[in-house]
Design a protein around this ligand. Structure first.
Ligand SMILES: [Zn+2]
Length: 358
């Protein structure tokens, strides 16, 4: 008792709706008259085409920077230096999770506010307060960096997100589904005070996320634009409610086997797994996590079928890594280290989990 704590839950302003990207100039003006854009090769031109005219009308100076290398600490140092030299007033991140993570660190380094424009539902990084960083040369997992404060503004344009590739929908859906099995990790009693208030909040939110996505995820995946309200709700579930779970569970004891698999893959097999998306690796990890947790066969099959319907990889090999005993040993060791697994029964359950993905 008597310990102090700090929570970072959600974002300051979460703006969502059809065509809301056109509100970007207005939002930039809340902070400054100049903006430092960073984005991917497809997403940055997409957003630039839509808003450039309006930026000029509003007399906002825009710097356009292509993210053409891994999100390393080195890259953030160079970009924040550039942003400060250009006397920019606000950082704008456009695109996927890696770009969001990069810009969150730039924002802290340069002490400039941050607006994120996620372009798919696979981008919960747009509204979380932590960045996963990679090495400059090989792009392998490096470290995670906590942000100083929440993201200032998120612009979630349903037209842009709604027309993103279906593979990104699948990836984002499974990444958010992962929260529940990772939080429960085999525990039988999730009642307060058997679990801490932090875990309880993360659990309640992730239960809703899990139910929502297993009920409606496939429908949205198949035709995102068919039901605009459902698309909006899925965007809220993936981009804001999921980040609340991260906010509540940061620092709490988690046995996150699914994300442990992800980290291990990016640590030891960055080249082999390059073609696999974050959520695709996590999805295979969810299958492991459910076996680890000893979930019912029915529940397990439900998730496996959902993944199959969304044409997702379900085995290690499909993610680009051969399931040799040597490779498995490295991933196993990493997961044990990352999740601090010491109990004999947990180690046995981890081995059963690995059987599932080879
Ligand atoms: Zn994730």
């Amino acid at each position: 008792m008597g310990k102090t704590g700090m929570l970072m839950i959600g974002v300051s302003r979460f703006i969502y709706g059809e065509g809301v990207v056109m509100k970007l100039p207005e939002e930039i003006k809340r902070y400054a008259d100049s903006a430092f854009f960073v984005g991917g090769s497809i997403t940055l031109p997409l957003v630039r085409d839509k808003v450039e005219e309006k930026l000029k009308e509003e007399k906002i100076e825009a710097q356009w920077n292509l993210m053409d290398e891994p999100n390393s600490v080195d890259f953030t140092e160079r970009l924040s230096k550039k942003a400060l030299e250009e006397k920019t007033g606000v950082i704008v991140a456009v695109g996927g999770g890696k770009c969001m993570d990069l810009c969150k660190v730039i924002s802290d380094m340069s002490r400039l506010p941050l607006i994120t424009v996620p372009t798919s539902v696979a981008t919960c990084a747009a509204s979380s307060a932590v960045s996963i960083m990679y090495t400059k040369d090989t792009g392998s997992y490096d470290c995670s960096i906590q942000k100083e404060k929440e993201v200032d503004s998120v612009i979630a344009d349903l037209d842009i997100i709604g027309s993103s590739p279906s593979r990104l929908f699948a990836s984002g859906i499974l990444d958010s589904i992962a929260k529940l099995p990772e939080i429960v990790n085999g525990r039988a009693d999730m009642r307060y005070p058997a679990v801490s208030i932090f875990k309880k909040m993360a659990y309640m939110n992730s239960t809703f996320i899990y139910d929502f996505l297993t009920n409606y995820g496939l429908k949205v995946y198949k035709n995102p634009q068919a039901d605009k309200e459902l698309l909006r709700d899925l965007v809220l579930v993936n981009l804001i409610i999921t980040s609340m779970v991260s906010g509540f569970s940061s620092g709490s004891d988690q046995l996150a086997i699914a994300h442990g698999l992800y980290d291990g893959m990016r640590k030891y097999f960055p080249k082999e797994s390059k073609g696999a998306l974050h959520g695709e690796i996590v999805a295979v990890g969810v299958l492991m996590q459910m076996r680890f947790n000893n979930d019912t066969e029915e529940e397990y099959q439900k998730i496996l079928n959902l993944m199959k319907e969304m044409k997702m990889p379900t085995k290690l090999e499909a993610l680009g890594v051969e399931p040799s005993s040597e490779n498995l040993a490295r991933l196993r060791e990493w997961n044990i280290m990352k999740n601090n697994i010491t109990e004999k029964t947990d180690l046995e359950r981890l081995d059963i989990a690995f059987q599932e993905i080879i």
